[in-house]
Structures are given as C-alpha cells and as structure tokens.
Write a protein that binds this ligand. Structure first.
Ligand SMILES: Cc1cc2nc3c(=O)[nH]c(=O)nc-3n(C[C@H](O)[C@H](O)[C@H](O)COP(=O)(O)OP(=O)(O)OC[C@H]3O[C@@H](n4cnc5c(N)ncnc54)[C@H](O)[C@@H]3O)c2cc1C
Length: 403
C-alpha cells in the first residue's frame, strides 16, 4: 500500500518549487506565451536556484547495468516537482535545461562511456544545455512501428535519412535521441536508437511549429539528409540490438518513465485553473449573488478540486510502482489517460464559470485552456493509452485462464 504522506524532503522540495514557480515563473508566463519564447532572465534565475531537469530521473530503475542507480531520484519526487513547476507554467518546465525526454533512453540502454559522454554537457552551468527525443514523423505518430527514418550501415557507422516532427526542444538541443529503422519491413525489430549531436553534417533543424498552447516551449522539425552518425553513437552498441524489438522497447520504456511526469504536469495545470477559478468566483460573485447561486458555484468548484486530487492519486500510484520497481505500464497509462481527459475538462469548466456571457476571459485561464490540450496528445494520445490499458487487462485475463 503506497504511503501518501509526504516525507520531509518532499515537503521541502514542494515548498521551494512552489516559491520558485510563484516568484520566477508566473510573473513571466503571459509575456513568454505572447513572444513564444522564454525570457533569458529566467535562465539566470534557474542558474541561481540550481533547479534543472536533472531533478527528473533518467530512468525509473537507473541504468541497465545498475551503474546509474546513483543518478536516480525517486519518480515520486520528480512527479511532485513536475506538478509544482507546471502549476507555474508547463512551458517553463519543459524548457528547463537538461536531457529532457532524451535522458531515459541514454540512461537506460547507453553504455557507461555513452552516459558519461552525453550527460557531461549538463555539468556546464554557465549556459543552458538541452537534450531531445525524436520518435514522431510526419507519417508516424501513434503508430511508432511505422517510422521511416532510415539508418543504412556504412563503414564506421550509419547514414541517417528522414524527417522528425514535433520535437520538444529540438531546435536548441545539444544532442537528440533519434529512432530510425534498418528496414521498415522488419517493423519494430528493425528499430535502432542513435544520439545525434548538434553540428553533425546532414542534421538540420526545420521549421519551428506554431502551436495552440505551450507556445513558449520550442517544438521543431528535424531533418536528416545523408547524416553520418559514428558507430559509437548507436545507443547500447551493436550487440544490444541482437535481441529483436530492442529499439522499440527503448521507446516504450521511456514512456513508462515519463507518462507519470506528463500526468503530473497536467495535474499542475488543472490545479492552477481550479484555484484561479475559486479566487475569481470568490472575488466577483459570492458577495454579490443570492445563496442558491453561491451553492451551485461551490459545488462546481468542489467537484473540480476532487477530480484534481483523484488525478494526483493515480499519478502517484504509477510513480510509486516505478520506485519499487514493479511493472507500471498500465498504471502510467491510466494516470495519463484519466489526467489528460479530466484536466482538459477542468480548464474548460474554470473558463465557463468565470467568463459569463462570452466576456474576455481571465488571461491565465485562457492560456491554460490552450496549454492543456496537448496533454491528451503527446507521449501517447488518450486512445493509445486506452489501447495499452486494454492490452494489459487482456494479458491478465489470459494469464488467469491459462492462455
Ligand atoms: C507540443 C508537442 C510536443 C511533442 N513532443 C514530442 C517529442 O519531443 N518527441 C516526439 O517524438 N514526439 C513529440 N510529439 C509528437 C506526439 O507524440 C504525437 O503528436 C502523438 O504521438 C500523436 O501522433 P500524431 O500527432 O501523428 O497523431 P496520430 O497518431 O495520427 O493520431 C491521430 C488521431 O488518431 C487516433 N489514433 C491513432 N491510432 C489509433 C488507434 N490504433 N486506435 C484508436 N485511435 C487511434 C489518435 O488517438 C488521435 O486522436 C509532440 C507533439 C506535440 C503536439
């Protein structure tokens, strides 16, 4: 049974990050959304605070050979940090220096030499450094097995050709974890995972995507045109891929580690929206309206608060299972599916409650209403989460009846 009491360390981290979000993120949030970029002063504040994506675990269980276990913070602590910073502004959290989504695959299957080499850049605190994770392609989103970026074996390494799309921090990453295929007809078994460094000839950044929400965070297209990647950048080395489907497994393991974090981000935004709605309702309506109206508003606000807490519990459960190294793929998908859906509804209800008769909405609520939409899309859409949950359920039923 998970213990839901926060430890002293968790309480301290939450209080500090909430202070940071209040003082360094929220005041910059609306302007960053307008200019579609993060102000440089934010990175100075990050430098002073020592906060970075390094707080996030690179993989729930440390590295494959156990050597990275010291790199591990608990996923539960990371989930808590995600909620607090996302409560400030999720774009700022996604723009924190660090390996980002690229961290788990390097940590999980990278050799010691690769981990040391690729993570070394983040020790430089003089300027922000980023990693990225490039799986999605224009014709392959949910259907990961359909990727077409090719990796052809050539003397000393591989030649990559293809386009990746919607890559978080892709435009400014020092290196990118890139999924490619040696032969599309092999499906998942043909997948290989590379780290491609910025400046590699043949690797360029295409367009920056214009988005509905999370506008301050960079999302870019990446292009590989006869891009030579040396053998030593094949994650895990050649031997690692002799087991079939290994490349695909890496992509999925990354999601098991990061879906609880994404769910926690959605909880942070939904909590922010529910709190803001409560503040505005109290300010604008409660004193001016008769009691029945007040009661309806209270019920709506209490309902939002209850759903935020339920979403948080599912998220914590998936993080708890990862920390005790139990299978948590189903729990992570449940947390992401429930939270994504409820958070979108909560942000919409917060707007509806506070912007009557189509008047201009509160700018934060309007922004969170846009920001929250993608939480039902990236790292597996709501439908894909349901497929994962159903698959695990049928596996359990199959095991019971001996199939
Ligand atoms: C802001 C943002 C940041 C992102 N960051 C990254 C990143 O850093 N790295 C990266 O690799 N990708 C990233 N992505 C891409 C993201 O993961 C994909 O958009 C997502 O996987 C969905 O793929 P798609 O957009 O091609 O939609 P599609 O896969 O084409 O899906 C379209 C619709 O069909 C549904 N659908 C698809 N297949 C099924 C099925 N089998 N059963 C039922 N319904 C189905 C989907 O649920 C969805 O509603 C990002 C996307 C956004 C918007």
């Amino acid at each position: 049974m998970p213990d839901f009491h926060e430890t002293d360390q968790e309480k301290t981290v939450r209080a500090y990050l909430n202070y940071f979000a209040r003082s360094e993120i929220r005041p910059r949030s609306l302007e960053a959304d307008r200019i579609e970029d993060i102000q440089p002063e934010f990175y100075q504040a990050v430098q002073r605070s020592g906060i970075s994506m390094e707080m996030m675990p690179r993989s729930p269980g440390g590295s494959r050979d156990g050597a990275g276990a010291h790199e591990r913070t608990t996923l539960r602590l990371s989930v808590l940090a995600s909620e607090e910073l996302s409560w400030g502004d999720a774009s700022f959290l996604l723009s924190l220096p660090g390996p980002g989504l690229g961290g788990p695959p390097v940590s999980f299957i990278g050799t010691k030499e690769q981990r040391d080499r690729f993570f070394a850049v983040f020790k430089d605190t003089e300027r922000p450094h980023f990693g990225a994770y490039a799986l999605t392609e224009p014709e392959a989103g949910s259907d990961v097995a359909a990727i077409r970026t090719s990796c052809e074996e050539v003397p000393g390494g591989y030649r990559l050709n293809g386009t990746k799309t919607f890559i978080t921090n892709g435009g400014r990453a020092d290196w990118v974890v890139v999924f490619a295929t040696i032969d599309p007809s092999l499906g998942r078994a043909g997948h290989r995972t590379f780290v491609v460094e910025r400046g590699t000839p043949g690797f360029s950044v295409g367009r920056h995507h214009k988005k509905l929400g999370l506008r301050a965070n960079d999302t870019s297209e990446l292009v590989f045109a006869d891009c030579f990647v040396p053998e030593e950048n094949l994650l895990g080395g050649r031997a690692h891929y002799e087991q079939s489907k290994e490349g695909f497994k890496v992509a999925m393991q990354t999601f098991d580690a990061t879906r609880p974090l994404v769910a926690a981000m959605a909880v942070g935004i939904a909590r922010a929206a529910a709190e803001r709605a409560r503040e505005l309702v109290e300010e604008r309506y409660v004193l001016a309206r008769p009691l029945p109206r007040y009661r309806a508003l209270r019920e709506a606000l209490d309902d939002m608060d209850r759903r935020v807490r339920a979403a948080r519990l599912l998220t914590w459960k998936s993080a708890f299972l990862a920390d005790v190294r139990e299978p948590q793929s189903r729990a992570a998908s449940m947390a992401k599916a429930y939270t994504g859906k409820e958070a979108v509804l909560i942000c919409r209800e917060a707007l509806e409650l506070t912007a009557e008769s189509g008047e201009a909405p509160d700018p934060f609520l309007e922004k969170w209403f846009r920001d929250i939409r993608v939480f039902d899309i990236f790292e597996g859409t709501a439908q894909v989460q349901r497929l994962v949950i159903a698959r695990r359920l049928f596996e359990e039923i199959g095991a019971k009846v001996g199939l």
